[in-house]
Design a protein around this ligand. Structure first.
Ligand code: FRU
Length: 498
């Protein structure tokens, strides 16, 4: 155990980020209001919490370049989850159990206990016989805002259980209930994914409680970043499954009994259908809202993956998607909508009363500067005769002079929605798609949160969401609504600059 080595590595990372962040900030793709690392690579949200009067979002970080490697924990703090200050690296690889070039301090979570931040993360290393993942503890202090997460000298506190793949036992999510600590952790056993439930009295010694849920093949071979929480008396297991086709962030909803550790789920849903939403983690805001943050990118093993986008050329890659509030709706399914704090970014708002877009026509819409904005539209689906309504975003001349646009569509004939980015930027490709539940609906609300290199589409009250990255050129700042095969009747339209 060497805190000295870790502190040296944290210093090295922070010195590097300080020296290079001004340059990275000049990148044409840099997000304006989404959380990103000052330099380098970012992936999963980690240790999300409200601690010491602020929101703390830690994240998987390689400070040195825009690709995944040698994973540290980065650390952003915010009064509102909208305006972020980076506090530098909070943890760096330094121990036999987490010091490896292709490993490091993998994903984990935190809870606030006795005025301290209790952190559980996965150490990933390789002694020459394959990767080994173990669960490890670290602590943060209020006096320095958990700026450094000090690793526990008794690490690791948990190794892979019997029969499990020791290279696939990771991403502990911890919480407290009734005076005990609990943890859910992902594992692959016999080629199938499981979420394991553990319990502890002291956060250091953990006993196995149950297999909370498992895949029989239909939900992949490994569940990354499992998360388990209660909402209005029901329980939710969130998963990022590997080997589950285009499903990348899934929730299971059902009933749970702390006495037996049994979780019986009866409902399954997608948290986001887009190609750039992965590894969401949840936490409770002080006012009781369940908030999630996800990583806005994808892995190379996903079927639609092409690459991580062009930002690596500018020394960085990746950002979080906007934080979303989780609610349980009357139909028994979850909703995920942008947190209300994002309204503080709104400027230059304008709204339009009902209007109709004729077949084959396009109505231009003015949303901020056409690069960073919010759109809230309500479509009258009873009066709309169009088979397809498209929101054409980030339109204009691409870097290569060609006309580009991202096509966000609502197909009322096929009952699907999605985003096609085959001609969005000369870089990205692929189309996300999901089924729209139309029965009994008279109107459909569609919301867009757009930043320099991302589009987040929220449909049907947050039940049907798509997050896609688009690396559009600065001149791609037009937006329009198009009707195809009939008229589109828009009941209302509101737009803001963000
Ligand atoms: C998910 C994940 C986790 C792992 C981390 C490594 O995106 O693969 O399972 O802990 O990223 O950076």
């Amino acid at each position: 155990m060497s805190e000295k080595i870790m502190m040296e590595r944290i210093k090295k990372a922070n010195d590097f980020m300080s020296a290079n962040k001004a340059n990275v900030a000049k990148s044409a793709y840099r997000q304006r209001w989404h959380l990103a690392a000052p330099t380098g690579w970012i992936n999963d949200p980690n240790g999300l919490c409200y601690f010491n009067g602020k929101y703390h979002f830690f994240y998987q970080l390689n400070p040195y370049y825009g690709f995944w490697d040698y994973i540290h924990w980065g650390h952003g703090v915010s009064p509102d989850m909208v305006h972020w200050t980076d506090l530098g690296a909070a943890m760096a690889p330094s121990e036999v159990y987490d010091d490896h070039y292709r490993g490091g301090c993998f994903s984990g979570s935190s809870l606030v206990h006795d005025g301290k931040l209790y952190v559980m993360y996965t150490g990933c290393t390789n002694f020459g016989n394959g990767f080994e993942q173990t669960q490890c503890v670290a602590f943060g202090d209020a006096k320095d805002d958990a700026r450094v997460l000090h690793k526990y000298e008794g690490n690791p506190v948990l190794t892979a259980p019997e029969g499990a793949d020791k290279a696939m036992f990771r991403d502990p999510k911890v919480w407290e209930h009734d005076g005990s600590f609990y943890m859910v952790c992902g594992v692959s056993r016999g080629g199938r994914a499981q979420a394991l439930l553990y319990k502890s009295a002291d956060f250091l010694n953990w006993q196995s409680v149950s297999v909370l849920a498992e895949s029989r093949g239909e939900l992949g071979f490994m569940w990354e970043c499992p998360d388990f929480f209660e909402i209005d008396g029901k329980y939710v297991l969130m998963l990022s499954p590997m080997g589950c086709g285009e499903r990348t962030s899934v929730y299971l909803l059902g009933d749970f009994d702390y006495r037996t550790g049994r979780f019986d789920y009866h409902t399954m849903g997608a948290i986001d259908w887009g190609h750039d939403y992965y590894a969401p983690q949840s936490f409770l805001a002080p006012d009781g809202r369940r908030i999630i943050a996800g990583w806005a990118n994808s892995w190379d093993w996903m079927p639609f993956w092409k690459d991580w986008g062009p930002a690596y050329r500018d020394g960085w890659c990746g950002a979080f998607a906007c934080p979303r509030e989780v609610t349980l709706a009357d139909d028994g399914a979850l909703r995920f909508l942008p947190i209300r704090e994002l309204e503080s970014l709104r400027t230059d708002g304008h709204s339009e009363a009902a209007f109709t877009v004729k077949d084959g026509e396009e109505k231009r819409i003015q949303a901020g500067d056409g690069i960073s904005y919010e759109i809230k539209a309500v479509l009258d689906i009873e009066k709309t005769t169009a088979g397809k309504v498209e929101f054409l975003l980030r339109r204009g001349k691409g870097d290569d002079g060609k006309e580009r646009q991202a096509v966000c569509y609502i197909d009322l004939v096929k009952s699907t929605i999605g985003i096609n980015r085959d001609n969005a930027d000369g870089w990205s490709r692929g189309e996300s798609k999901s089924t729209l539940l139309m029965a009994g609906k008279k109107t459909l609300e569609v919301r867009f949160f757009v930043d320099v290199s991302s589009i987040e589409m929220f449909c049907d009250g947050g039940a049907n969401n798509h997050s896609m990255n688009v690396f559009a050129a600065g001149e791609q700042n037009g937006a329009a609504i198009k009707a195809i095969g009939g008229e589109a009747v828009i009941k209302s339209l509101e737009c803001w600059a963000l």
